[in-house]
Design a protein around this ligand. Sequence first.
Ligand SMILES: NC(=O)c1ccc[n+]([C@@H]2O[C@H](COP(=O)([O-])OP(=O)(O)OC[C@H]3O[C@@H](n4cnc5c(N)ncnc54)[C@H](OP(=O)(O)O)[C@@H]3O)[C@@H](O)[C@H]2O)c1
Length: 302
Amino acid sequence: MEFKFSSIPFQKGKVAIVTGANNGIGYETTVGLVKVGFKVVMACRNISKAHIAKTKILQKLPNADLEVIHLDLSDLKSVREFVKEFKSRYNGLHVLINNAGVLSYSGKKNDAGIELQFATNHLGHFLLTSMLIDIMPDENSSRIISLSSVAHKKAKIHFDDINCENADDAGAAYGQSKLACLMFGDELNRRLNKKGSKIRSLSVHPGGSDSGLFDEMSRLWYFTLKVLAPFITHSNEKAAVPSLYAALSGDIKGGEYFGPTGFNELKGKLGIAYRTDYSRNEGIASNLWELSEKMIGEKFNM
Ligand SMILES: NC(=O)c1ccc[n+]([C@@H]2O[C@H](COP(=O)([O-])OP(=O)(O)OC[C@H]3O[C@@H](n4cnc5c(N)ncnc54)[C@H](OP(=O)(O)O)[C@@H]3O)[C@@H](O)[C@H]2O)c1
């Protein structure tokens, strides 16, 4: 499996949204999409960082078609405002990259009292997708990409403790949120298939890359990772390849899960990624879907 820009036809007139486009993997995914002709809406929480990122891309690619719109995924009101703004300017959406993510071991919650990583990484994207899917053309090239992680492997969904307050592992909530992204991607694909829709939902993991994701870790972990990073991780540009492949390749089926396949899946050749039996469980995915609907206070729009 290989991703080559030269094999992708120019995508004139197509619109993509990348959440968390101002940094790391989302930034490189944005660069990749504008290179092949997409108009990219950079859906970002930190607007000044987003404008700096946009300027940086325009310096490299002066014809890049980019727009910044504010989105705070941890706040459902902000998700609704983002969609209102987007729909007032665009009639259609061809690719949605649910990329933004936060990693935090400090037990932070959003204003509604929901654990921050579950709220941001999963619930915000769940509502965002629900509100945008009605303007995606019913075509094989319409794609929704969910960013999971190798961290899903040790995780489960804590239905009786969704904030992971009683979990003994500090990483349980991050793992749960990334598992939720993967299970949402699968369940969405199953529901799209059942409806006879051609839109494809795919999941990816980027391997490991030295992005802003680890900034909130304890200093000991942070500096250990910084020292090890050059040996065990790859660049953000390479980490964006699974997202770009899932978004642009013609040669895929909905529901697939891509990522680097080298040592511990942290870097290496692109391929089908390893996933746990738990993550394949359709009953759990369906329960997660229902819980997510309850938590956003509305039915998923499909
Ligand atoms: N890097 C890795 O090794 C790795 C491994 C596995 C999975 N991932 C996944 O890859 C994705 C991209 O992460 P990254 O590594 O590129 O990290 P990053 O450099 O920290 O980028 C994360 C992006 O998400 C945005 N974000 C965070 N909270 C947000 C919110 N409430 N609303 C909107 N945007 C928000 C950040 O925006 P701000 O500038 O506002 O903070 C930033 O643009 C994440 O889903 C992450 O879980 C990364």
